[in-house]
Design a protein around this ligand. Structure first.
Ligand code: NAD
Length: 467
């Protein structure tokens, strides 16, 4: 069992890339900086280790991953403290302990998922069966918002399917991913799974390297496009989990008090830095003022501060750059006549990248806060009078990751949900992902599915045996 101190010591170096504590804006540790030579060495080691791993039975691979899940569970408090320190999300609430728990939960769900050969033709004359074979080497590139959990979404199904993995975490949050791999690797053959902490050049090198049969990427749409271009010559298989601008539609039949907490966490989980968070809220005019009042009461009461303090449930933004994005969008909203109901005035003299939970009403859909992904704690609340109009407005823009419909009539809510262009639509909640339910975007939010049996298929190559 690791302590925070022992885990930190295992993944840091004396002289490397500073890792910033977002609650203070100061470096608290130094991460190794992998070079392109390190990438070549990791690829060689992965290629050497992969055939024997693929030759194991599925049950043997599951047993190794199960031991890895137990290992992480035993050290999950240490991992949670590292996540809270590095990424900023609070230990409490749906925060760092929740993320460390999700690492274990997703590993176990990936182990438990059955992927059987599928007989697709068997008519007495012909027989055809679909199998999923290992790809070989999978490259994985990740973001900074849920670093350890998203890394697990990438490496767990890839390893289960018999592949080797070389992973590059975000340069802002390398330590929690290195720590996760440090624990997992106690139960895997040497060289099979390597995490290389490095900057975007390392990511570019993975994107264009012909050794990778697949690259799985979670991050911004712009980077996803760059990876697609870089990998085109190799015809590399891709899963692209990109940004979102999730709409929520509140129908007139809701009880505003009953839905307010679900709406709040849908938007403000991880201080808004969540791909499938609620990012623009369309509320029917009959209930608009009540929904705003109930949400404002919750938003103004939620304690925000350093993630390592137990009493907080909202933390800082992870990077100074993201603070700047949120600040620009809220200032623009004010200039366009938006009314800030709560928040909107960060303490610029205070240390760290804290931006208060902010609600803005009275904007039109052309405001940047509505059109762009804020990826932070500032929610625009938009009034509508006709559900058809709300659906049309929800479907504007490039993004298509998640959405939600809020109603006391589930049948009506499902009718509206079916007409929203998004990979996942939740009814009376938002962003409540489940490890057995496939997750992925449409339109500009990318393509490919993670989780469950579809997630396993995405980490294999299909082969059809005739006969
Ligand atoms: P980003 O695209 O800036 O960076 C993601 C990763 O890509 C980092 O590791 C970075 O070093 C690397 N990278 C940068 N340029 C690269 C290049 N040219 N080639 C290869 N790799 C490169 O994204 P971010 O700011 O870390 O993450 C935030 C974004 O991620 C938001 O848009 C968010 O919605 C999205 N996101 C999506 C999901 C999802 O499941 N769909 C989940 C989490 C975050």
């Amino acid at each position: 069992m690791e302590t925070y101190e022992s885990l930190l010591a295992a993944v840091t170096v004396e002289d490397g890339t500073p890792v910033i504590d977002p609650a203070t804006g100061q470096a608290f540790a130094y991460a190794p900086s992998a070079t392109l030579d390190d990438l070549d060495r990791a690829i060689d080691a992965a290629r050497a280790a992969q055939p024997a791993w693929a030759a194991l039975s599925d049950d043997e691979r599951r047993a190794a991953l199960s031991a890895a899940a137990d290992e992480i569970e035993a050290s999950s408090e240490a991992l949670a403290q590292l996540i809270a320190r590095e990424q900023g999300k609070p230990l409490s609430g749906p925060g760092a302990r929740f993320e460390a728990g999700a690492v274990v939960a997703w590993l176990r769900a990936t182990i438990a998922t059955e992927l059987e050969p599928e007989v697709v033709v068997d008519d007495g004359q012909a027989k055809a069966t679909v199998y999923y074979r290992p790809i070989g080497l999978v490259g994985a590139i990740g973001p900074w918002n849920w670093p350890a959990m998203i890394a697990t979404w990438q490496f767990a199904p890839a390893l289960r399917m018999g592949n080797a993995v070389v992973m590059k975490p975000s340069e802002y949050t390398p330590l929690s991913v290195l720590a996760t791999a440090h624990l997992v690797n106690r139960h895997l053959p040497e060289g099979l799974f390597t995490v290389l902490a490095g900057d975007r050049e390392l990511g570019e090198a993975i994107g264009k390297h012909p050794a990778f049969g697949k690259v799985t990427f979670t991050g911004s749409a712009r980077t996803g496009q760059a990876i697609m271009r870089a990998s085109a010559d190799n015809l590399t298989r891709l899963t692209l989990e990109l940004g979102g601008n999730d709409p929520g539609i509140v129908l007139p039949d809701v009880d505003p008090k009953a839905i307010a907490e679900g709406l709040f966490w849908g938007a403000f989980i991880n201080t808004g830095q969540t791909c499938a968070a609620l990012k623009r809220l369309y509320v029917h005019e009959d209930v608009h003022d009540d929904v705003v009042r109930e949400l404002a009461a919750i938003a103004s009461a939620m304690p925000m501060g350093p993630g390592t303090d137990e009493q907080n449930v909202l933390g800082p933004l992870t990077t100074e750059q993201q603070f700047g994005v949120v600040d620009r969008l809220v200032e623009d909203a004010k200039a366009r006549g938006g009314r800030v109901v709560v928040g909107g005035e960060p303490d610029r003299a205070a240390p760290g990248w804290f931006y208060p939970a902010t609600l803005v009403e009275g904007l039109d859909d052309e405001a940047d806060l509505v059109r762009e992904e804020q990826f932070g704690p500032a929610l625009p609340i938009l009034k509508y009078s006709d559900v058809e109009e709300a659906i049309e407005r929800a479907n504007r823009g490039d993004a298509g990751l998640g959405a939600s419909v809020w109603s006391s009539d589930p049948e009506r809510a499902r009718e509206v949900a079916a007409r929203i262009q998004a990979g996942s639509v939740w009814i009376n909640s938002h962003g409540t992902i489940h490890p057995m339910a496939p997750f992925g975007g449409v339109k500009g939010s990318g393509y490919g599915l993670e989780f469950g049996v579809e997630g396993l298929k995405a980490m294999g190559v299909p082969q059809v045996i005739h006969g």
